[in-house]
Design a protein around this ligand. Structure first.
Ligand SMILES: [Zn+2]
Length: 743
């Protein structure tokens, strides 16, 4: 049997050599593994896995002669397989007009024609050239394609492995379906109208032209992305390839909140992480969305994997994958869909695979319409502002996108919280964002109140008046210009060149007891928030044992004349201290080992409970007797309050006894000014606008010391004409007025 395979194999290799199109020093083998524990050893030898079934231990992999011999030596007895993929690929490449598969030239012509034929909903773009100069095409499909609308963005990509071209065909057919049936098919029309679709049918055109997995530099592009643990891609001589760099740049400039990329070699929906055993923060959501796909593709659902899905690492470890990078870096819910067991199936099989996948591919797009769709606006002008949003779940910062100030994220059923921060505005915590079911949509407008500064320093001209306090052991806080020589470190200073850090020269010391102190007088203030930029890396807490305790780390305390209290961001600290932290008592909450690769981020601590008195803010850092890291970096420290400039002084002498409201113009067409007179100083005013069914369409909390508040209501496009009730409420007063919107 083995000999027979061998002769078939030799014939194929001979054919491949003649065609000279194929990479001909690799061939498929079947290897029987006794268990997962052999994966590591085998992966050192083979070139890549085509398929691996955790249930049966059977692996299909590609090897070269050297690998084949090594496997024999180790007793694996690899069985050489007929390379149907190579035969199909060779035929497709030599007979491009006879097969359904599009080669690169045909794909280019098709893409150009599509954009010309449907100019109002299709735009052809290129993310950049491949190694051999083939432009990588991206089709943007959406209504009003010439505009940037506040719609969720979805990314479909394929063929990052050049010899896995089924997804290329399916994305071509999907684009054809969306365009040809736009305006006649309700489902597809809704998708085009509601989403901003980015579709890259062929990420690796050089690999496709060579009928091989890797690009023209022989690099596996799906191992070439930065890995979330801060190290680079898998291959030893890692260098960012042009295709990878182009995709990183393209996706980073967009806001794709949901994404999938297509492969072949197995039939399964696979989700992050690929690089580590730890589960992603959105694990349950990933499983739900993968099941949404697999349950609509019976071959997948009833195939080699339980319910047709797998965690990436559970299947086999892959470092530097596109899905890991996109999820980690852009917070995009990115999954990988494997469409067929054969890398390059015969084109005759494509229509049936397509028929079996169409429903799932369309359904994923429908799911992308669900989720949280927010905008951030200025509470006075109603204009969108550039902001950063912290999602408690999955514990990530995202930026909103101008010109609409919109942001999007998928959520399962449940109640969620976010925190929104923008330069020059008072930060805002929004809680109780409720999703009644797993594919619900919630529209949210977050109005930020302009802020007045109580304290600010960027630590350039001075140290900002901060002081340090020494205890028994080392005091490491220092002000100045840090050494940024460590490539895994903070790399840059957020403003200028100076900041405060636990040792400018590099790592903090063992047994550190370090306190940094900012004194502030909040006697005159009723609301205040501490906002600062921070970067930290402490001795690692092993990912696999989270939640765990950490030896090294920091926390923030506020000291008043009567008490000291540990304060924390609304989303809490990372973990607790161990008994080995030399400053912070065991079991207290701390910032600990950050997720590696995390960039500088904002931290916010609301200080309302300390207003009306002088306070000291302490950044306390402690380390254990061994293991050092780069430590804690702090810049742009501000204490802000809601702006008093919002309050007109004209009415101070003649305070009305209750809340009064005026809306003008009324009826209105695109926006109206809501003016509220408020009697009681220092009360928070809650403003809510409800539709006739009592559903909230807009809510915000305004701070009024006295006088008149003016706020512009600019209903978003999804709010229809009709009667709305504007309700303003303080602790003691409430008033409601009608506003009539006529579009
Ligand atoms: Zn692949």
């Amino acid at each position: 049997m083995k000999r027979a395979y061998f002769f078939i194999f030799l014939t194929i290799i001979a054919l491949a050599k003649i065609s000279s199109c194929l990479q001909n020093d690799e061939f498929p083998v079947r290897i029987q593994l006794s268990g997962r524990w052999q994966l590591g050893e085998v992966k050192q030898i083979i070139m890549y896995v085509e398929d691996y079934s955790p249930k049966t231990g059977e692996m299909k992999a590609y090897v070269d002669w050297e690998g084949y011999a090594k496997l024999l030596q180790l007793g694996y007895f690899p069985v050489v397989l007929e390379d149907t993929s190579a035969i199909n690929a060779q035929y497709a490449l030599t007979h491009p007009d006879d097969v359904m598969y599009h080669n690169y030239t045909q794909l280019s012509t098709w893409a150009h024609n599509l954009a010309v034929s449907y100019p109002s909903i299709v735009r052809l773009d290129s993310i950049g050239p491949s190694v051999q100069g083939r432009w990588i095409w991206c089709l943007r499909i959406t209504d009003n394609v010439s505009m940037n609308e506040k719609e969720p963005e979805f990314f479909y990509g394929s063929t990052i492995h050049g010899n896995e071209p089924v997804g290329t065909e399916f994305l071509i057919w999907l684009c054809d379906s969306l365009t040809q049936r736009y305006g006649t098919n309700a489902r597809l029309t809704r998708i085009v109208d509601s989403l901003d679709l980015y579709i890259i049918p062929m990420i690796n055109p050089d690999g496709n032209a060579l009928a091989r997995r890797t690009n023209a530099n022989s690099v596996d592009l799906n191992r070439n992305f930065p890995v979330p643990d801060g190290v680079t891609g898998e291959d030893g001589t890692y260098s960012l390839q042009p295709e990878t760099a182009a995709l990183i740049s393209y996706l980073s400039q967009r806001q794709t909140s949901f994404a999938a990329n297509f492969h072949t070699g197995a039939v399964v929906a696979n989700y992050p992480w690929d690089f580590d055993t730890v589960r992603a923060p959105d694990d349950a959501l990933f499983i739900d969305r993968c099941l949404a796909y697999s349950s609509r593709y019976p071959t997948m659902y009833y195939g080699d994997f339980d319910q047709g899905i797998t965690n990436g690492y559970d299947w086999y470890e892959a470092d530097g994958s596109l899905q890991d990078w996109d999820y980690h870096e852009n917070c995009a819910l990115h999954i990988t869909i494997e469409l067929s067991n054969t890398f390059w199936p015969s084109d005759a099989s494509l229509p049936s695979i397509w028929a079996n996948n169409y429903e799932a591919m369309v359904h994923l797009l429908e799911l992308a319409i669900s989720g949280l769709h927010g905008i951030v606006i200025d509470s006075v002008t109603g204009n969108p502002i550039s902001a950063r949003i912290w999602f408690d779940q999955p514990g990530r910062w995202v930026k909103n996108q101008m010109p609409h100030g919109d942001f999007h994220h998928q959520f399962l059923a449940g109640t969620y919280s976010i925190t929104v921060v923008a330069d020059g505005y008072y930060p805002k915590r929004v809680t109780g964002i409720y999703f009644p079911h797993d594919s619900a949509s919630v529209n949210l407008t977050v109005a930020l109140v302009p802020a007045d500064t109580i304290y600010f320093s960027n630590f350039e001209a001075t140290n900002g008046g901060l002081t340090t306090q020494s205890f028994t052991f080392y005091q490491d806080w220092e002000w100045g210009t840090p050494s940024l020589s460590d490539p895994d470190g903070p790399i840059y200073v957020p403003s200028g060149s100076k900041l405060w850090t636990t040792r400018l020269s590099g790592d903090y010391r063992d047994s550190s007891q370090s306190r940094l102190i900012l004194s502030a007088n909040l006697t005159e203030h009723t609301h205040a928030a501490l906002v600062f930029d921070e970067w930290y890396r402490f001795q690692a807490v092993t990912w696999a044992t989270v939640p765990s305790v950490a030896h090294d780390g920091g926390r923030i305390r506020v000291a008043t004349s009567s008490d000291t209290v540990t304060v924390k961001p609304p989303w809490g600290y990372v973990t607790q201290t161990s008994t080995y932290n030399f400053l912070i008592p065991s079991g207290d909450s701390i910032f600990a080992d950050d997720e590696p690769g995390t960039p500088w981020h904002k931290s916010i601590i609301f200080l309302d409970e300390f207003c009306g008195q002088p306070i000291s803010i302490w950044w306390d850092f402690g380390s254990s007797t061994r293991n050092r890291q780069l430590g804690w970096y702090i810049d742009n420290v501000a204490i802000v309050e809601p702006s008093s400039a919002l309050v007109a002084n004209d009415f101070v002498e003649n305070l009305p006894e209750q809340v009064k409201m005026e809306i003008s113009p009324n009826p209105f067409n695109s926006n109206c000014v809501i003016s509220i007179e408020i009697a009681n100083v220092a009360e928070l005013l809650n403003l809510e606008i409800l539709d006739v069914n009592g559903r909230s369409v807009h809510e915000e909390c305004l701070h009024a010391k006295s006088g008149v508040l003016r706020m512009v209501w600019k209903p978003t496009e999804d709010i229809p004409s009709g009667i709305y009730f504007v309700n303003a409420k303080t602790e003691s007063q409430s008033i409601t007025r009608r506003a009539i919107l006529i579009r």
